[in-house]
Design a protein around this ligand. Sequence first.
Ligand code: SF4
Length: 476
Amino acid sequence: MGVYCFRPSMPKFFIKTYGCQMNERDSEQVAHSLIARGYERVEHETEADVVLLNTCSVRDMADQKALGKMGMLGRLAKERPHMLFGFLGCTAQARGEALLKNLPHVDLVVGTQKFHRVADYVEELVARKAARPAVAPYQLDRAMDDLRFSIVDIAEEPGSQSTIRDQQLAPRQATAFVSIMQGCNMHCTFCIVPHTRGAERSRTVAEIVGEARELVARGVKEVTLLGQIVNLYGRHEFPKREGKSTFVQLLEAVNEIEGLERLRFTSPHPIGFRDDLIEAISSLPKLAEHVHLPLQSGSNKILKAMHRGYTAEKYVDLVHRIRHAREGMAITTDIIVGFPGETEEDYKQTRDLVEEIQFDNAFVFRYSPRRDTPAAEVPDQIDEHIKEQRNQDLLRVVNESTRRSGQRLVGRSVEVLCEGPSKTNPARLMGRTRTNKIVVFEGSEKLIGEIVHIHVQHANGFSLYGAQLLKDRSTF
Ligand code: SF4
């Protein structure tokens, strides 16, 4: 047998990310570590030597999408046996070695506390493949069984929260995410995150401020602090000071960074959203006027069954306090319809509350049972077509309030941080207001990474359209 020799001069990798912004951030860390070792990032799997799928298991659909994608990549594995295939993140953590069973071309399974080891494992697998006897494509299924050399690492790792700290920036990249903590101790009954991401662990204020400061020095103007329950950052590790939570202390420290224009955080939990954070919203000038505040349900019975720890009345009161803290605050949310036991009356309470609050936008999800979560075991599951009806009905309510919130800005001027070409029309530019609304406008590429002032001429459902103002000041 011959020896298949794989060590292209500049090996290429492709990484696809499913799910939330935390996953996006984790993927950037992996990309950074591979690039630091001489790998080149490519935009399509067919150009790559290493294909990594960073997975999400919050909903069944995301889980299935990644599994389906990896299944389809099996054909590529047969055509090009030197390629490496890996699962990273939440599905990898939840399923571990079982992922190898039906997908024999998968070489690597890395859980949520081991992203910093991916580059080492890729190098090791490349070396193992280089020493692997050549096989004809028609022999590959058998050869894969015979020559299994996959790496699976889903162990816990103390200190892993501090390993997501490097990032590749695109030229003139204006915005960046900073991961401030990992895990969640809340145990909402529908949620698999405590299982896949482990217990809450926070980085230090000094580490986070250092990373944000470096990003700003490299040209970033807007930083978003990321955590599963971001406002509970540091509660187990660091003390309160002068009545301020560690999260508020962190906001104050990041707000001080010279050159930073905007500061965001996502996602907070209504629990722990206390007066010190409301005060920070009204007093820290760089904090942008937007809070994403997951509601999940407007029924107290369902909120209790979800183990959310607040009532609909407390949520409404919190929204009022946030809106009073600063003029023009935008509030967006997440809502689940069709949670087990949700009656028409429960759903109506959610719908009424969404009408009352008039969110700037909301993500509406049909409840999806997740393995190893208490809600999945409840016998009173809701029929899929009822979930779908409630989903469509609630989306109509949400779309109407989103449309109204956009319309209110027509004829006004807004401050926009230009992020780059519009995805729908690359001839135009796009950016976001401080309230996180997308604005599309015409202008030179020189504006990318700059703050501009735009006169809003019209709004459709989710985007605003306008023209640049040269002298005028923005009102939002
Ligand atoms: S707060 Fe609840 S929904 Fe959010 S990550 Fe934790 S357990 Fe999941």
